[in-house]
Design a protein. Structure first.
Lengths: 249, 304
């Protein structure tokens, strides 16, 4: 599945802008995510994290700049084409199809993934159920009847079924119990080892983000104000960037 | 009385097919297609024209349905998808205008004369069974009901168990989430429009076999479809069938009361159900809308 060298740039944004009407939510964001890298995107409410992910995924129109997946400019491509090329988003609220069973939700993603995303190493329902064992007894249950943690697991599973090279997850732990969050991160750690998928996670819990990710990107008022490897990075530095206290300190 | 109940039930199959197309178009595309009845008329006149060329009725229907499906795809691709970008009002106006265009087009080509396929069907158009109690049941109305139920069952199977059906259900529920699964919403919308217009054409052909059709008859069909959808509830195939049957029953019972009561009976049932639904929504604080629409987002069309 992952055929590139470990340092190859998987996903790149160049001077990306996005707005909600008159409000500029993402301002000239440039970033690079490398193959197999895990990046935590942090920032206060309204910093532009969700808009950035949605713009990268193609469900929010970019107002300027470009998005590149494995060197290919995908800025003009609609969301479903980006998915078929290996860029998946687990959106905020999970957005499962409540009237369908978990299996049907997964099947939908499998049926529509790109041809290049298939092959013998592609995710199957059986493999996903093995990787996310909590889903096994839930396969034939309507997605609308799942708990928050189960919904999150099902949404991640659905995104995996598209066989992503880059998986973006918005608000990994929002609204989940600590136990459910532990479960989700245990699953993500397993996926990281097994699949080598590049992960971009929006996470409000700074401690967890720094413990899990290789690198932290901090967004404030739509701009990247910090991009640093988590190794050797202290929480104080991230907090100052998060709240814009660099100058006060 | 029993005869009226039987006739009303049999009429329900035709109404259900007519309404299913309108319901599907609204459920997936969020468009109330005011040209739906006129498209049914186009289907009916297309079958009539082919029969006039010497084709058998069944072959004419089999050719017309996919052809009308292609018309539906084109309509979605070139007209409806563009109008949807301008909000919810424009599709209403455009489909209303399209309906007027179709009516006048049909009038220009076929004239104002009322026509029927009854003659082409020969004995089937008047053949009947006599049940105990001297109740006469026409074979054609029974066939229409059976065909209607079979078509709706087929549609239900497609929606439940096929890739296309799952895509339609997904795009109908949340088109943005569908796109994030790799589903091309535009393609799904074209498929839904094709099925919708195909169903309208089948309903038009059904009508032409048992009654007369004329170029300006589309709006009446639209009202019947609208009433059946509201009575049965949107989003359920079997609800649509129930709505069609209840509408047919109300009309048949209305005709028992007065010769002019046929349509009135249906309208009164529609108003009663509509009033009940609105009252129920009002009591639950959901506001006053005829067709409650779940909040959903649309996919941004990224332009190169």
């Amino acid at each position: 599945m992952n055929t590139s060298t470990p340092t190859a740039v998987r996903l790149e944004a160049r001077a990306l802008n996005a707005s909600h009407g008159q409000l500029m939510a993402v301002r000239g964001v440039s970033l690079q995510l490398r193959a197999g890298e895990v990046v935590a995107l942090v920032g206060s409410n309204g910093a532009g994290k969700t808009t950035l992910l949605r713009t990268l995924a193609g469900v929010h129109a970019a107002g300027g700049g470009s998005v590149h997946l494995d060197g290919l400019d995908v800025t003009a491509q609609p969301a479903h084409r980006r998915v078929q090329q290996g860029l998946a988003l687990v959106p905020e609220g999970r957005r499962l199809f409540a009237d369908m069973t978990v299996r049907e939700n997964l099947l939908l993603a499998q049926e529509h993934r790109g041809r290049a995303q298939g092959g013998p190493t592609a995710w199957t329902i059986a493999r996903v159920a093995e990787a996310l064992p909590a889903l096994q007894p839930l396969m034939d249950r309507p997605a609308g009847a799942l708990s928050g943690g189960q919904r999150q697991a099902a949404a991640i599973a659905r995104a995996l079924m598209t066989n992503p090279r880059v998986l973006m997850i918005d608000e990994v732990s929002l609204g989940l119990s600590p136990r459910a969050v532990d479960g989700i991160y245990a699953n993500l750690a397993q996926l990281r080892l097994q699949a080598g998928t590049t992960l971009l996670l929006v996470e409000q819990d700074l401690g967890r983000a720094m413990a899990f990710a290789d690198r932290v990107l901090c967004l404030r008022e739509g701009r990247v104000v910090l991009s640093a490897p988590t190794a050797g990075l202290d929480r104080q530095t991230v907090t100052e960037s998060y709240f814009g206290m660099e100058h006060i300190a | 009385m029993i005869d009226a109940l039987i006739q009303g039930t049999l009429l329900g199959g035709y109404y259900a097919v007519l309404a299913a197309g309108l319901s599907l178009m609204f459920g997936v595309l969020r468009i109330i297609n005011l040209a739906h009845g006129d498209l049914a008329m186009v289907g009916a006149f297309a079958v009539l024209w082919l029969v006039g060329l010497g084709w058998s009725t069944w072959l004419a229907v089999l050719v017309t349905l996919p052809a009308m499906g292609v018309v539906g795809m084109g309509l979605q691709q070139w007209v409806l998808a563009r109008t949807l970008r301008a909000g919810v009002l424009l599709p209403l106006l455009v489909t209303m205008g399209l309906g007027a265009l179709i009516q006048n087009g049909l009038y220009g080509v076929f004239g104002s004369e009322a026509r029927s396929l009854a003659n082409a069907l020969g004995e089937l158009s008047w053949a009947s069974w006599v049940l105990p109690g001297d109740i006469v049941v026409g074979q054609l109305p029974v066939l229409t009901l059976v065909l209607g139920v079979a078509v709706l069952a087929g549609l239900q199977l497609v929606l439940r168990h096929t890739r296309l059906g799952r895509s339609i259900r997904a795009a109908s529920a949340d088109s943005e989430a569908a796109a994030l699964c790799g589903i091309d919403a535009a393609q799904v919308h074209r498929a839904a429009a094709a099925i919708s217009v195909g169903l309208a054409a089948l309903a038009g052909a059904m009508l032409a076999t048992r009654a007369t059709i004329e170029p300006y008859g589309g709006p009446l069909l639209l009202i019947m479809a609208f009433e059946a959808v509201v009575i049965g509830g949107i989003g359920s195939i079997w609800g649509t069938l129930l709505g069609g049957i209840l509408l047919g029953l109300a009309q048949s019972l209305g005709a028992l009361v007065s010769p002019h009561g046929f349509y009135l009976g249906g309208h009164l049932l529609f108003l009663a159900v509509l009033g009940g639904r609105l009252w129920s929504q009002y009591r639950h604080g959901l506001g006053l809308t005829i067709w409650p629409v779940r909040q959903r987002s649309r996919v941004v069309e990224v332009q190169p």
